[in-house]
Each structure stands twice: as structure tokens, then as C-alpha cells.
Design a protein around this ligand. Structure first.
Ligand code: ATP
Ligand code: MG
Length: 603
């Protein structure tokens, strides 16, 4: 599976400049690759790497992917595509507690749906970090032997206190200089389940006075007696993310390891660890050991994560919305998850376009939600079939129908292009009849200034039909308008000679009662009223929008009878709608509003 090429040449950015320079300088020219992840020895037996660069997308399978991940996916898979490289799909599943197969499956679906794949050079590049647990453990044993790691027995809070602060150096652990052999034995016992959780940790031995706190002997392995979704109960120790991630990259011969800015301070440890594992060391007994990882080593680069106004991009917080029933599941169309956006009517192309437009930079910022909607409109405008829908229906009676057409029951055939710019897509057909549904706000008994639609004495065009003149209205017992009355003006039918000789200022959409399909419409609004719902540790539940979903009944033109699930339309004058992927069917029409025709978010 290969990703579609972008419509235009991608804009340059700092990562492309780095890759250009690396390739020009031949940095990655002489790499060998055995075809699968492996240590230095395995890779040395491989052939010259057919991939010019290797990137990776490494989600933790602890939730569904969201729009922030889409940025990372488009970036990593996009760079690999554009440079003749390969992007690895890797599950960073080193944390046993929160990970599930359901999430693994949904993540693979989301990446594929976005238009990317991991097959290249006749093989799959789908990898699981948990497959590297054996290597990670052996590498840790090696670090102990080489004097680069020790088992610490301090309590967690002692360790925290002794780590020091930004202004004060840390203090060495009393266990820091315990003999390597003793640490080896303890580490093996940790693996064998002989110690309780929290009693011991394995730490890298670097420098407790380092200005970068991440270099003050960071923990690299901890005891966790948890069942892992792939390795079961095999392990009682699990590697820390900061230890596991660089090793995963190196075993996979990643060249450019791209992550978000929070990891910038981890980069020195990333480099320290990989260099220690790649170098050769002479032990006290004269044996030369080490050289565990193939060179050149991967490099980490950081870019600014996506922050989108009115949206939370944290799997943990999105999970809370699902678990607490605030939304109807991960694929609720209000969710910024890939499955939610998909159900909302987003296309892979619109999300790719959005990611291309926002670009990548090294400075954190907020992207206006409108940017996402504009990308969707730009994509759907060119593709979506048009249709008429009446969303807040009011009946309109054409009182001279029988006089003009000879019978109340006469049906007058009308047609409209499926898409105004694609005549080859043909015509939609529907009838005009003596009674039609129009929008309630297309009538005002007492017109406001500048109002050009229906009011007594005014003429408007029924789009694709005739010009009519409003003559008045009927009211119910409650005083509310129950029907609009109008006369049809003969010889004004759209598309017939002379139809335009009568100029009108208003054109309104409509659906004849006899033709109308009844449909359920889901109107969505932003989920939060605060543009930064969770910024600075804010309680996002305080700004939930109570009107984020409104379910209404609407009338649709007959061409929509055969709309298939997931099909997108422009309902003229209203916006873009999608037939719901789950609930829509031939016997129950359900449409979700994807977005309006223009920006209403910034108002
Ligand atoms: P979350 O807090 O939502 O779980 P995460 O960063 O912990 O996010 P991972 O599954 O570890 O989620 O992320 C996989 C990849 O997606 C990482 O490389 C990460 O940098 C990237 N990513 C996650 N969120 C964003 C975001 N908002 N913008 C850009 N990239 C992101
Ligand atoms: Mg994470």
C-alpha cells in the first residue's frame, strides 16, 4: 500500500531541510538493513538499505488516535513517501496496564483510512516494541556490567528528594556504587518476580549533578507485576519509556526519529543511551564487549504538537469523555478522534490537506478550529453531490396551482445538476407541486430591513423552479405561522426561455410535500465553549457545551433516497452533511452535519 502523492509539492520545513542536508552529506548512505529490526550483528548481515530514510509512527495503544496524531502520521509517512524512505508503523506497547487489542486494531484502521501504509520492499513494517523486551533486558544487563547502570533500593520519595531541583544538584544514591555483580543478581531477581513493586529500580549511572535533570541517573526498568496484552505474564519488569524508545528506534534502523517538543530535554539521554549501547567497552578482565547497536544511530528531532482551539488532544482525557458517557463513544462525531472525524464527514484528503497547511514548526501555537473546517469545505466543495433539504420546515401553499396547471394533483418535473462544475455527473430530478416545504426563516410576516425572501407582496424564486409571489400566511391557534400562501407566476420556470426576465432578489430552497423524504439530522456544535478547554490544567467539564448535539427531523429531496452510508452531500444553503456510517440505512435516513458553508466559529 502506498500513500497518494500530494497534489502540489510540499512546503519546505525545518525537518525537510535537515533530511536534505543529511542526504546530501551521505550520512545514511552506507547503512545495512537485514529486513527486520535487530541488533548490530543482525543488521551487519543485511544488505544496503533500500530505504533512503526511515521514520516511524509510534503510538501507545491506549486509546483511539486523534487529530494531533494525524499531524504526526502525515508528517512521518509523508516524509518517508517524499524521500523514498519507509515509515514504520510501531506500537509502543511497553506499558502493560493501559493497553488493549481494541486500540491496536483501531489505530491500524485509522492510519490506513488516512491513506498510509507500511508495506514496502515486499514486506510489512508493522512492529511491536514488546517484541524487543528480550533485547532491552539484555542491554540493561550489559549496561550494569559496563558500569552504566545500577539497582537502586531507595524508596520512591527518597529518590525524588535526592534528584535535586533545577537550581540544586542531586545527591548520589547510597546504592550507586554497589558492585556490578550485585546489581546483576538483583536485576535478574526483579525479572524473576522475587521483589515487590516499587522496592527496586534499575537506574542509568550518569551524573547526579547534571544541569539536565533527565540525566540524573534516570530510572530505566521498574518492577510491574502486570499482564501485558501481547507478552502475557512473562515479565515482572518493564522498561521505562525513555529507555525503550531510543532502543526501538535503533533496532529498527530509524534515521529520523521525530517527536513532539516535550521530549526535547530527553534528547541528551536518548543520545547517551544509544552511544553507550553502540560503543565497544573493555571490561576489567580484558574482554571487549558492547557494540550492541548498529551505526549510524538514529537522531531525535522535535516539532510542535498540534493544539486546536475548542479541542482536547489527549487520549486520556478523550477516554474520560467516553467512559463518563459525555459523548456516545470514541466515534461520536463531536470527538476529535480519527473515527469521530470520519463519522462527522471528514475525508482522508481533508485531513491531509489540513496537516499540509498547518505545516511543522518548532514553536508551540494554537491552530484555529476553522482551519480544519476550511480544509474539509475545500475538499467537499469539489466532490459532494448537491441536494435540497429543509431543516426547519414550514408549509408553503401555491394557491393558484390548479389554475396554472389544470389540476391540484399536477406534478411539475424539475431538475438540477448533481454538481454545478461537473455536468457529466448528470441531473437530479424532483417535482414541484401545490404544497412545498420551505425554511421557517425564509418567511417574515413583517420583513426586517434588507430581507429579500418571503413576505406578503414580495417575489422570490423557488430554486430550480418558478418565481412565486407571497400573498400572506395562515396561523394556528397559538398564533404561530402554520403555512405561507403564495401564487406561482407562469412562464418563469428555471431553464426555460425568458425565465430570467422577471428579476427577483431572493432564491429559496424547498422540497415538495409529495416528494419529501423524512430524515433524522444531527446538528453538531463545538463540544466546549472554552477555546482552550483543558489548558493549564483547567477542568474541561466546566466548559461543556450543553447544545453540542441537536437531533431534528428534516425533509430531503428524493435524490437522497439512495444515499449510501458515509456519502457526503452539500445541502444547498445549509452546508455539508454525511449519511451516518452506523445508523443510516434505506429505511432510516440519518445525516450528520459536517460543517456549514462558511466559517461561523470565529463569530
Ligand atoms: P496522548 O497524550 O493523547 O496519549 P501521546 O503523545 O501520549 O498523546 P502517543 O500514542 O504516544 O500519544 O503518540 C504517538 C505519536 O503521536 C507520538 O510520536 C506523538 O509525538 C504524536 N502526537 C501525539 N499527540 C500529538 C499532537 N497533539 N500533535 C502532534 N503529534 C502528536
Ligand atoms: Mg503517550
Amino acid at each position: 500500500m502506498s500513500a497518494p502523492a500530494p497534489a502540489s509539492a510540499p512546503a519546505s520545513n525545518f525537518l525537510r531541510s535537515i533530511i536534505d542536508a543529511d542526504l546530501r552529506g551521505g550520512l545514511y548512505k552506507n547503512r545495512s538493513w537485514s529486513g527486520s529490526p535487530g541488533d548490530a550483528r543482525a543488521q551487519a548481515q543485511g544488505s544496503p538499505d533500500p530505504a533512503a530514510i526511515r521514520t516511524r509512527f509510534p503510538p501507545e495503544p491506549n486509546g483511539y488516535l486523534h487529530i494531533g496524531h494525524a499531524k504526526s502520521i502525515c508528517l512521518n509517512f509523508g516524509l518517508a513517501r517524499d524521500y523514498g524512505g519507509v515509515c514504520h508503523m510501531r506500537f509502543d506497547d511497553t506499558n502493560p496496564e493501559k493497553e488493549e487489542q481494541e486500540y491496536v486494531d483501531s489505530i491500524l484502521d485509522a492510519v490506513k483510512w488516512l491513506g498510509f501504509g507500511w508495506d514496502a520492499h515486499q514486506r510489512s513494517h508493522l512492529f511491536y516494541a514488546s517484541d524487543y523486551f528480550d533485547f532491552m533486558f539484555e542491554a540493561a544487563q550489559y549496561l550494569i556490567s559496563a558500569g552504566h547502570a545500577y539497582v537502586d533500593g531507595q524508596a520512591a520519595d527518597e529518590m525524588r528528594i535526592n534528584r535535586g531541583t533545577l537550581t540544586e544538584p542531586g545527591k548520589n544514591s547510597p546504592w550507586r556504587d554497589r558492585p556490578a555483580e550485585e546489581s546483576r543478581v538483583l536485576f535478574d531477581e526483579m525479572r524473576d518476580g522475587k521483589h515487590v513493586e516499587g522496592s527496586l529500580v534499575l537506574r542509568a549511572k550518569i551524573d547526579m549533578a547534571a544541569p539536565n535533570i533527565n540525566l540524573r541517573d534516570p530510572a530505566i526498568y521498574r518492577i510491574r507485576k502486570a499482564t501485558h496484552h501481547r507478552t502475557g505474564d512473562k515479565w515482572s519488569v518493564y522498561p521505562m519509556y525513555t529507555y525503550a524508545h531510543p532502543i526501538e528506534d535503533a533496532l529498527e534502523c530509524i534515521t529520523h526519529s521525530i517527536c513532539t517538543l516535550e521530549f526535547e530535554d530527553q534528547r541528551p539521554f536518548y543520545d547517551w543511551l544509544l552511544e553507550r549501547l553502540a560503543e565497544a567497552t573493555t571490561l576489567a578482565d580484558g574482554r571487549v564487549v558492547g557494540g550492541l547497536l548498529a551505526k549510524p544511530l538514529p537522531h531525535q528531532y522535535e516539532f510542535a504538537r498540534l493544539n486546536l482551539t475548542y479541542v482536547m488532544t489527549s487520549k486520556r482525557k478523550l477516554k474520560q469523555l467516553v467512559d463518563e458517557g459525555i459523548v456516545n463513544g470514541w466515534d461520536d462525531p463531536r470527538m476529535p478522534t480519527i473515527v469521530g472525524l470520519r463519522r462527522r464527514g471528514y475525508t482522508p484528503e481533508s485531513i491531509q490537506l489540513f496537516c499540509e497547511r498547518i505545516g511543522v514548526s518548532k514553536a508551540d501555537s494554537w491552530i484555529d478550529y476553522a482551519t480544519l473546517e476550511i480544509a474539509l469545505r475545500d475538499d467537499l466543495d469539489a466532490k459532494a453531490a448537491r441536494a435540497m433539504a429543509v431543516i426547519d420546515p414550514l408549509k408553503l401553499k401555491l394557491t393558484n396551482w390548479a389554475d396554472v396547471f389544470g389540476a391540484e394533483s399536477h406534478l411539475e418535473p424539475c431538475s438540477a445538476p448533481v454538481h454545478p462544475h461537473h455536468p457529466e455527473r448528470g441531473q437530479r430530478r424532483f417535482n414541484l407541486a401545490n404544497e412545498v416545504w420551505v425554511e421557517r426563516d425564509d418567511f417574515m410576516e413583517l420583513p426586517a430591513k434588507g430581507y429579500h425572501r418571503l413576505y406578503p407582496g414580495n417575489k422570490v424564486r423557488l430554486k430550480y423552479g418558478y418565481v412565486i409571489e407571497c400573498t400572506g400566511c395562515e396561523k394556528g391557534d397559538d398564533g404561530r405561522v402554520s403555512a405561507v400562501l403564495a401564487r406561482l407566476i407562469p412562464d418563469t420556470k428555471s431553464g426555460t426561455p425568458g425565465a430570467d426576465s422577471l428579476k427577483v432578489k431572493g432564491v429559496i430552497t424547498w422540497v415538495a410535500l409529495v416528494d419529501a423524504l423524512s430524515a433524522e439530522i444531527h446538528l453538531y456544535d463545538r463540544l466546549f465553549t472554552d477555546a482552550h478547554p483543558d489548558a493549564g490544567g483547567k477542568d474541561f467539564k466546566a466548559s461543556l457545551n450543553p447544545d453540542s448535539l441537536r437531533v431534528i427531523r428534516a425533509f430531503l429531496e428524493p435524490s437522497l433516497a439512495h444515499a449510501h452510508a458515509d456519502e457526503k452531500f452539500q445541502f444547498e444553503r445549509h452546508g455539508y452533511f454525511v449519511a451516518d456510517r452506523i445508523d443510516h440505512g434505506p429505511n432510516k435516513l440519518v445525516f450528520n452535519k459536517a460543517t456549514g458553508l462558511r466559517d461561523t466559529w470565529s463569530k
